[in-house]
Design a protein around this ligand. Structure first.
Ligand code: KG4
Ligand code: ZN
Length: 340
């Protein structure tokens, strides 16, 4: 018998993502983004994002069904991001998913967006081995996860206490006068700089942080240190070495993320690290994590970048894993959970 057909819906931030997955096979994945509307404000405007989801939802659903050549009535279960994310954005997706589940008489699953960022890797690289570590890094999150089983046993080992890695990049981008989002621009500039020229601080590393915040991150102090460094040079009237600043800053973030992810792998005695989230495009993070994992005998799994940014496939993949594991569906009474 064919495995159940899962419809995945993602609307936690600015992307309306809808996908169809059967088992671990992706049948269709369509994403509409309102990023162009936010870019001119230099950040996501929640009201614009919610309205855009409402406008994009039906066309995105239709496009997904058409691409997979599937009728809505063939869907066996519906999975939707219940959190974390923007309350208005989440509400559009969750309300639509509930309505579909009710109309079709099919089970409904409200799922965790961060775990979805790891689950999507199953569509590309196959089953995630039991006992893996997940690192999810984007503009909204920086989390380390212990993955006993992707459907039934995921625990947060640590997360950022303030800014997410991508958010820190975007804020430093603003200080450097780069277009929003600044992350990819800083990454590009960093490759022309000397990463040893300026040493910026590493947040929550060593000393008194060893025990309590071993797997947590903090990038806000680093962002302030970069801003102060630039202000200092401006006061002196010295030229700003943008490339070296970008390289030194990228080095600090990539160093902390990769060191903590590999320390988590060692402590969990795992040989698999799965990375997800839009920040995994960062070239220095990829370089450092690969280098360090190789010497520790750890396999790094990173899906192609289009599956690392927010999309419906990650939610359909997680929904599929939940159905496969026989997990009970969510009640239609659930609400969104912005802090999940
Ligand atoms: O996952 P994503 O598309 O959206 C969410 O935040 O959920 O991640 C986008 C974030 C932005 O902050 C962006 O600046 C950052 O990831 N980013 C990068 C790179 N590509 C995207 N940051 C540094 N280097 C990159 N190459
Ligand atoms: Zn995300």
């Amino acid at each position: 018998m064919a495995e159940p057909l899962i419809l995945g819906i993602e609307t936690s931030c600015d992307e309306t993502g809808i996908a169809l997955v059967r088992g671990r096979e992706l049948l269709a994945d369509v994403t509409a983004s309102s990023m162009d509307e936010h870019a001119r404000y230099g950040g996501i405007i929640p009201e614009i994002a919610s309205r855009a989801h409402l406008e994009s939802f039906v066309p995105t659903l239709d496009a997904t069904l058409e691409r997979a050549d599937v009728d809505l009535s063939e869907v066996d279960a519906i999975a939707v991001t219940a959190g974390p994310g923007l309350v208005g954005s989440l509400t559009v997706g969750v309300s639509a998913a509930k309505a579909l589940a009710l109309a079709l008489g099919k089970p409904f699953y409200g799922v965790n967006h961060i775990i979805g960022h790891i689950a999507v890797d199953e569509l590309v690289n196959g089953e995630i081995p039991a006992n893996s570590v997940g690192l999810v890094v984007s503009g909204g999150h920086s989390s380390l996860l212990r993955i006993g089983d992707i459907a039934t046993d995921v625990e947060e080992l640590g997360a950022t206490l303030d800014d997410a890695a991508g958010e820190a990049f975007d804020k430093v981008g603003r200080v450097l006068g780069l277009p929003y989002p600044g992350g990819p621009h800083i990454d590009r500039l960093s490759r022309e700089g000397d990463r040893t020229a300026i040493r910026f601080p590493r947040g929550l590393v060593g000393g008194r942080h060893k025990e309590k915040h071993q797997y947590d991150f903090s990038f806000s102090g680093l962002k302030t240190a970069v801003a102060r460094y630039i202000e200092g040079l401006e006061t002196e009237g010295v030229d700003i070495p943008v490339e070296d600043i970008a390289a030194g800053f990228s080095e600090s973030v990539a160093d902390v993320l990769s060191a903590k992810a590999l320390a988590a792998c060692r402590s969990q005695d795992t040989d698999t690290l799965v990375i997800g989230g839009g920040f995994s495009a960062n070239s220095r993070l990829r370089e450092l994590v690969t280098e360090r994992a190789e010497s520790a005998g750890i396999t790094v799994r990173i899906p192609p970048i289009r599956y690392c940014t927010d999309n419906g496939a990650m939610i359909a993949a997680l929904g599929s894993a939940l159905v496969r594991a026989g997990v009970e569906p969510s009640s239609l009474d659930i609400t969104v959970d912005t802090s999940m």
